[in-house]
Design a protein around this ligand. Sequence first.
Ligand code: ATP
Ligand code: MG
Length: 775
Amino acid sequence: MSSYLDELNEAQREAVLQKEGPMIIIAGAGSGKTRVLTYRIAHLMKNGVDPFNILSLTFTNKAAREMKSRIAGVVGPSEAKNLWMGTFHSVFARILRSEAEKLGYPSNFTIYDTQDSVRLISSIIKELQLEKEKYKAKQVLGRISQFKNSLITVRAYYQNPELIEADKVSGRPKIGSIYKEYVDRCFKAGAMDFDDLLLRTNELLTRFPEVLAKYQDRFRYILVDEYQDTNHSQYLIVRALADRYQNICVVGDDSQSIYAFRGANIKNILNFQKDYDDVKMFKLEQNYRSSSTIVQAANSVIDKNKTKLDKEIWTANQEGESIKIMRTFSEGDEGRFVANSIFENKMQQQLPNNSFTVLYRTNAQSRAIEDALRKKNIKYKIYGGLSFYQRKEIKDTLAYLRLLVNPNDEEALKRVINYPARGIGQTTVDRLVIAANHYKISIFELLHQLDGLSININSGIKAKLNNFRDMIRSFQIEAASKNAFEVADLVVKKTRLIRDIESEGTPEAVSRVENVQELMNGIKDFIEEQHQKEEDASLAYFLEDVALATDFDKDKEDVPRVSLMTIHLAKGLEFPYVYIVGLEENLFPSAMSMNTRSEIEEERRLFYVALTRAQKQVYLSYAQSRYRWGKLIDCEPSRFLEEIDEKYIDFISPKKEQAAGNKFINKDIFGIPDENRIRFKKPLVRKVEKPLKKTAAKPVQVKPAKNLKKLSDMQGSQNLFDHDLLQGNYVEHAKFGKGEVLSVEGTGNSKKAEIRFESGDTKKLLLQFAKLKII
Ligand code: ATP
Ligand code: MG
């Protein structure tokens, strides 16, 4: 048997050896799903399948690259190069590039990123004179994105009274008009947004049977990773392409479905068996990634979800360390705790920075972590958020490049028409936009006929506009005989972009200039790489690459860095040490996802994804107060902390360390003297509502059950301090209702009580999280 097959267990091997027909692998985290996909591709190639006939869809381009390099290890690098492998967006952008003209787009169409789309929508909202408060550009884009991912075109929208009604009810009856205008304007600009890449692919495959046949024939073997997070549009593309040969292999985990908010449909994985005949189903049950503590703790959490497929997951790995929970005073403390803990682990275990990741629910949380890491001189890298390609100077430079490749690109034009400043004001731009719409031409076309058309722009400004137009035209002419780097270099020099930044004279300006230079380096590298691969090195391809790059793909990996990212981005990845921060109610679970069971279940899956990224150890933290929306608010520990089987957790309390006289922890972790800290005087449990005022409705009388001791004579309910609770107390739990305390054990943070609830259930709860009220 060949050696690569020896690197698989029995069940994995079976899945790899199953060559033909539809198959699905649903299995828990870390069980080797991605590994099976990778080895399967290698195996197909070893057995004579042409790599040109294999299409593999991954969640990030980074994942695709890693898979490719592993496959190259088995079959050799030159063959692996020919695989079609990447994200849905990158693979189908490439296909659209060669078919775009069929759909009425230029083949050099621009890809609008989210920021471009938001800008365009804002300007449409303004032009339609809609109320900004009701029509928030981001929300409107979200709604349009929903339509597109469900393949609801503008026409379909207007034929669907339910949708129209829903938008009316939500106070935004003009969504349809915005949608129509947005689609028209993108089309006119020769631009596709991210959702269009899927929508237009669907259109291409439906409207042109010969095109469908061509790609069906090309992609005889299709493999999809993270299938649980495909949306309807992606699902239809896969179905159409796989229809002829039905050699389709999908892998996923329903418990890791975390993109419902973006239209992912978990039913795609649940219904796979109905979609194809004779589906072979494979189960993988052994986790190779994590310690047994982590595997079991994660299982105990996801067990709380009602909607899920039954699957076992176990591991032969060592028990490992317990999961550590840390409570901190503020988010600043939380950052310091994380940075110090990373520092200690690094030193004690002699580990590189890239053994660590810090995961959070929302991007904004990165700041406190970043500050603390910087102070400790620990190098880190942020995924998502403001990455290199999102920085202003980079976007400005790219906008020039986009404009010369596709002069109809309206968002690019608006970005640079007055940058660096050349005396063309916003009013002029607004007038141009309106006139271009009126004459149904692009703004750039309009700039060629300023004198012929009746536009209210004075001759001084007209001259400036003409100069701008001529400059862009001259770039285009130069571009015909220069390579991408030379063109970009010319643009940077001629536009005086760098000089403009330098004139700010701040330290930030220096780093912004460096960024532009780094972009130039990037273009050089790109040309080099493309030449080696004998692929197109044109500016248009470079821009496409950039538009589709996730942050994973572009940042330079020169030194090992701690990774900071949202949990959504961490899917599929693994790290020895994982820190999950901000485990507080209303943050994680998110305040916006607490209204229905299915929302909470999605948040819980997110927590499951976070826990299962870890190989060796997990640290969880929460702050007692945090600035949110500009206000300092008191936080309560997340319900998810309470849901982890307590067998697997330990509290690391600075209070304990302090009592033991550990000055280092006291000073260094928090940086402020303990006497100034009030956190430990505060109760650990959820804050209780204030006693009802006399004028309020009559309080509900709670009769203590027979023979129950009543601990407190205080009115109403009170916070329960862990030293308060006694056997026989009658308590109320937010979720389980009322019950009797059967026994109390443990001390301090690990104190727990066994409680028999009125429902008949007996539960052991950790008092720190149980949020009990004595009644
Ligand atoms: P996720 O659900 O998080 O995407 P996954 O099911 O895709 O996880 P992989 O990433 O493929 O899991 O595998 C998890 C880890 O276990 C990887 O480091 C992988 O190399 C390792 N692994 C998988 N199968 C085996 C095996 N048979 N022997 C040794 N290591 C394995
Ligand atoms: Mg995976």
